[in-house]
Each structure stands twice: as C-alpha cells, then as structure tokens.
Design a protein around this ligand. Structure first.
Ligand code: ZN
Length: 428
C-alpha cells in the first residue's frame, strides 16, 4: 500500500526503522508449528471474514486437515473470492508473499507451501521474525499459572511483558470461582472485603513479577456501562453464593452489582499500584456479537470517577471513531490504542490517524498492537500494515501543509514507540 504524497516513501522508510512497542498480544509461547497450508491462509482473524463469506459447514471442511488439499480447495476458493480484499485478507496475502514467495492463492501455491511450512514453535524462528518486524517488546495478555507468577517462575514468550488479566477476577458468580481465584495466594476468603484485599495482593504480585498494566475484555459478554453500586448491594450477591457453594448467580445481570463493584475495586488497585488499565472497546473477535454494548462511550462514568487511573482504550473503538476521539480529547486519563484495528479496517485507521493528529494530543496515541496468539508471521504482516497506515496518513498531512516532514517523523516515532514506552513505563 502506498500513499500519494511526495514524502510518502521517505516517511515509510523512516517508520520501518522505528522499533515497535506491541501494545497488545496473546502469545503465551512461541508457535504454532503449521502442518496444513490451508491453516496458514485461514488462521487468525481472517477465519471470521471467511466464515462471514461462507458458512459453518464450509469452515468445518476447511479445518478438516484429514481431507486432501484438492478436496478442500474449491471451498476455499469460493470463500476467498468473496473476501480477498479485507484488511484480514491483506495479512494472509502478505504472509503468503513474504514467507512463501506466493503472490496468488491457488491450489498449486498451497501444494508448494506444504513443502516449507513455518515452524514457529521453534523459539529462534519465532524471535527472528519478531526481530525482522522490529518489534522491541510486547504486552502479553496471557494466562500463566498465577502460582508461577507469584513465585517468579512463570515463563513468557520472547520479548514479552505481562499484563494482569482482569475479567475472571470481577465476574465471579460462585463460591468455587472466588476460592480458585485466591487459592494461589494460599488464602481462603469469606467476605467481600477479604476478597478485595486478596485481589490487591494478587495484582501486587503480578506487578512485582513485571506486569505493566491491567487488561480487561469483558465487553465480549457485558455492557461497558459499569454502574457504581453500593458495597451493600455487592455484598448481598457475594454473601448469597458464598454461604452455599451450590449456588450460582446469573451472569451478567444477576451478578451485576458485584461485578461492577469489583471492577471499581480493581480500578482503585490500578491507581494505587500505578498500573494503566487496558480496556477492550469496539469490534469483537469472531462473528455474531452485539457491538452496541462495547462502545467506549459506555465507559464515561467510570473514566469520570477514576481520574487517577490511566485508561488505554483498545481497537480504536472500531467502528465508533467519533466517540473515541471525543474521549481522548476530553479526558486527560484516556489514550487511544490502535491495537488490532490496523487490520480490522486499514482505511478507518488511516482516516482516524489523520483525525487524531488534528483533534487530539498526539502524545496520547498508541499506534500498534498485533493481537494474535503466537503467529509471529501474522504479527510481522500486521506490523507492516500499521506502518503503512501511519506513513500514508501522516504523509498526506504533510502534503496538506499541516506539519513538516521532520515533525511527521517525530509523530510516527511517538505513535509506534515513544508514547507506549513512556505510558507503560517500559524503560526502553
Ligand atoms: Zn486481544
């Protein structure tokens, strides 16, 4: 992808030289080891576009590696022809081109790929691709055994910094879940206060291990409009299921006062430990979910209350660009994070990068997050697309006379590296 501005090529080369802070990813370990060339095409988020363009039955055929390539190819070809121009497809195209020297998806290409499939479970290969992508560090939203985090023995994938995975700790609906959450601390709790105290101890242990943020993606299953319930309302739910381990409160509505209360408790912990809070907003992985509940605008009251908590709002709130611009402009404690968004909708991001430059402080923009699990090949392609988007957007703005080329380079560097390095206290 190329911009039309005169300075595009120079700015794009500059972006290539800037190391990346990968603000959000899910790689628990190096991987995968590909054994099926069709999986190279269909894995990752592109699976959702293919499904949206075909059917569950077709996707089951594509995922059945016991069937031959010849048998599956017509199914793949039909779906590919209907969705080969999306941002996700662009990731697949770039992976095929860069790692397999294939410019076109054909049966013959798949057969050639079979002979040289990447083994990303080899940590050296995995790390070499991250090096090639110039990804300096990655904030990993993974789930190591909390006992190993507490003891310091947890092992992460190359270049990783851990984030504390919040959802399971505030969406508790039953006695056993509560006790399982605190068991790694060697504790058993009986009251809401004891539970909140244990959460503080746990997050502190994650921070001591090196965690640099708290991450929450509850928008997949509930509205982001957190209420501000009383402690008594939360305690009522908590005490009800704690006194009888066979009880379970209905999620999300039946448990909402407790869920909301605990989320606020986590915000106080984040404030006291000076950990930024990363929140999933906008588009969700997979298909058939309800987008309305995930608009970042739903977080307004939470942001207003917790002014000493720094919120990093994810996925550029796709497709609600106006709302995220407003939040970032309006609240000193809100930043916009383009993780994943660069491939969900590259054109949205280019437009939004331009608007962000003209509407919000450029020091509050985090430009890249790969958001895959493993798949360093896709992270490489995603990094290319993010750099393309930023270079095209900013070179267009240079052409408009909005800023000079040197200033555009400074902004690119801030968006790809400096802002996140400072915001998350990475000390690079
Ligand atoms: Zn994610």
């Amino acid at each position: 992808m190329k911009g039309k501005a005169a300075c595009h090529d120079e700015l794009r080369s500059f972006c290539e030289s800037v190391p990346l802070v990968d603000c959000h990813d899910h790689s628990a370990a190096a991987g995968p080891k590909y054994t099926d060339p069709i999986a190279v095409v269909t894995s990752g988020y592109f699976h959702s576009d293919l499904l949206s363009a075909s059917s569950e039955a077709d996707m089951a055929v594509l995922g059945d590696a016991s069937r031959s390539l010849q048998e599956r190819w017509p199914v793949l070809e039909r779906a590919w022809k209907r969705t080969c121009h999306t941002g996700y497809a662009q990731v697949t195209r770039r992976v095929l081109e860069h790692f397999y020297d294939e410019n076109e998806l054909t049966l013959a290409a798949l057969e050639r790929m079979s002979e040289r499939l990447l083994d990303l479970s080899d940590e050296t290969t995995f790390d070499r691709i991250l090096e090639e992508a110039n990804i300096a560090v990655r904030l990993e939203n993974v789930q190591p055994d909390p006992r190993q985090v507490i003891s310091g023995a947890a092992r992460l994938a190359p270049r990783s910094r851990l984030v504390f995975p919040a959802p399971a700790y505030h969406r508790v609906t039953a006695h056993d879940a509560v006790q399982a959450n605190v068991a790694p601390l060697g504790r058993r709790v009986t009251t809401l206060d004891e539970y909140v105290d244990a959460l503080r101890e746990l997050v502190s242990a994650y921070k001591a291990f090196g965690a640099v943020a708290i991450k929450d993606q509850s928008a997949y299953s509930r509205s982001l409009e957190y209420g501000n319930p009383t402690r008594a309302a939360a305690e009522e739910v908590f005490n009800w299921f704690m006194e009888d381990p066979r009880r379970s409160a209905a999620y999300p509505d039946g448990v909402r006062p407790l869920d909301d209360y605990l989320f606020h408790a986590l915000m106080r912990i984040a404030r006291d430990l000076d950990l930024p809070v990363q929140i999933h907003t906008g588009h969700m992985a997979g298909i058939r979910n309800d987008i309305v509940k995930t608009n970042a605008a739903g977080l307004t009251r939470l942001i207003e209350l917790h002014r000493d908590v720094r919120f990093d709002l994810f996925h550029a709130n796709w497709p609600y660009s106006g709302d995220i611009l407003y939040l970032v402009k309006n609240y000193p404690n809100v930043t916009i994070d383009f993780c994943w968004a660069n491939i969900i909708d590259p054109i949205y991001c280019r437009n939004l990068f331009k608007q962000a430059l003209s509407a919000v402080p450029h020091g509050k923009v985090h430009g890249y997050g790969s958001d895959f699990g493993g798949s360093a090949d896709r992270a490489w392609a995603h990094a290319q697309i993010a750099r393309d988007n930023i270079a095209i957007a900013l070179s267009d703005m240079v052409d408009l006379g909005w800023l000079g080329l040197d200033e555009a380079k400074e902004v690119s560097r801030a968006w790809l590296f400096d802002n996140a390095n400072e915001f998350f206290g990475l000390g690079l």
